[in-house]
Design a protein around this ligand. Structure first.
Ligand code: FAD
Length: 391
């Protein structure tokens, strides 16, 4: 018996042959290098060994959309499939790629000058540099557009940055962190390329996190950090550019949420065929079949939705509310799906050896980062009513 594919309606068939080959190479890499070690890394809250980072770079995953580094033609739909495939094995590795390729390189690509793009993007694309994206603060999460408190003060050819950041993925191990700070003179938010060796930059890992444990998140303190004007992202004039970066990455998080659901679903299908209760595999029982069918329904509907929202990005018609609806919808469906799949394992569903609990726990982080459900709902609500409810 061959189980039906998790991409039940065959959306992946729309990819080109070259794109499919890249997906196959990625799957092989993940099965060989990531799957065997991911549960131990997760349990020990240990970051990936460096060869995983360079392996992902060798596959071209850090250069994808950017002119200076792209290794093949690709579309937003293809990039979405990459995010899904990564998260299908491990949401931490998907988050790593999303941070490096999307948030960090995206900041430089969207708001950097041509010289900054040429100088920095190839170093991130090759994995020579590991980046972090520093926007959220201890006192400002959902409201960073209004509430950001880190300050950058112009001083001749330099800027002096003071403030604090929280939740910054890779912040304690990155070579460079993109720091978003408010210009003390015009009060606008601007982005700065900050090498983490700069005096006054200190980062402390957030301990005891119970989701995405392989990704290291940090509390960062910036005390009189001096950054040359040449490291200010030259195109960043206000929060508008920060929002443009987030717009690029939000739909990819929606894809990653589906991958995380598929990881749990595929583990559940396997277990349903193996676990015997009442004299037959639990997959023969009607209510177990219902859990699997509902999970596949969520996955299938979600893939259809994100395929269209990414196509809109390729067409140039995607707006904030489109990607927000996708992130809100797929992460909500993910939360249902991973819970059903965990339930199917009974007690074994909370033991790491059976794997499904990792997808269950990681879902909570994906649900909250890159805009919580509430924030994305309010962005859609604003588009429906013309009224912003969050200000
Ligand atoms: P808060 O903003 O304090 O919100 C708390 C609750 O209140 C949420 O449910 C929220 O939806 C709700 N809420 C707030 N305002 C309203 C309102 N007006 N109406 C209704 N409900 C409201 N940030 C980075 O800059 N870089 C990173 O690399 C990064 N990585 C992350 C990785 C992980 C694992 C996590 C968990 C977070 C990461 N973040 C990162 C931060 C993330 O973007 C924030 O956690 C998120 O934006 C929410 O902010 P908050 O946690 O401060 O929650």
């Amino acid at each position: 018996f061959e189980p039906i594919p998790s991409d039940f309606y065959g959306f992946e068939n729309a990819l080109s042959d070259q794109e499919k080959q890249t997906i196959v190479a990625l799957r092989e890499f993940l099965e060989a290098e990531v799957r065997p070690i991911m549960n131990d890394l997760w349990m020990n809250a240990e970051f990936f060994p460096r060869h995983i980072v360079t392996g992902l770079a060798d596959l071209g995953l850090f250069g994808q959309p950017w002119e200076e580094t792209r290794q093949f033609e690709n579309s937003a739909v293809f990039r979405g499939w990459i995010a899904l495939e990564l998260a299908r094995v491990d949401a931490s590795v998907a988050t790593l790629v999303g941070m490096q390729n999307g948030l960090v390189m995206g900041s430089i690509a969207v708001a950097g000058s041509p010289e900054q793009r040429a100088e920095w993007l190839p170093k991130f694309a090759s994995g020579e540099l590991l980046g972090a994206f520093g926007l959220t603060e201890p006192l400002s999460g959902s409201d960073t557009a209004q509430g950001l408190q880190t300050v950058a003060k112009r001083d001749g050819d330099n800027w002096i940055i003071n403030g604090a950041k929280r939740w910054i993925g890779n912040g304690s191990i990155s070579d460079v962190t993109i720091v978003w700070a408010r210009d003390a003179d015009d009060n606008q938010v601007k982005g700065f390329i900050v090498p983490t060796s700069t005096p006054g930059y200190s980062a402390k890992r957030i301990e005891n996190k119970q989701a995405l444990r392989i990704v290291q998140n940090a509390d960062i303190v910036l005390t009189d950090v001096v950054v040359p004007e040449s490291n200010r992202l030259q195109g960043s004039k206000s929060f508008r550019e920060t929002a443009a970066v987030l717009r690029l990455t939000r739909a990819e998080v929606a894809w990653a949420a589906i991958g995380n659901s598929i990881g749990a679903y595929e583990a559940a299908v396997k277990y349903a065929g193996e676990r015997i209760q009442f004299g037959k595999p639990i997959g023969s029982h009607q209510l177990i079949q219902e859990l699997l069918a509902k999970s596949l329904g969520n996955i299938t509907a979600s893939i259809g939705l994100v395929t269209r929202v990414s196509a809109m990005l390729d067409e140039g018609t995607q707006r904030d509310e489109h990607s927000s609806l996708a992130k809100e919808y797929t992460t909500s469906r993910m939360r249902e799906t991973v819970a059903w799949c965990r339930e199917l394992f009974g007690g074994n569903g909370i033991v790491m050896d059976y794997g499904v609990v990792k997808y269950f726990a990681d879902a909570e982080a994906i649900y909250s980062y890159e805009g919580t459900r509430e924030m994305n709902t309010l962005i859609v609500g604003r588009a429906i009513t013309g009224k912003a409810a969050f200000v």
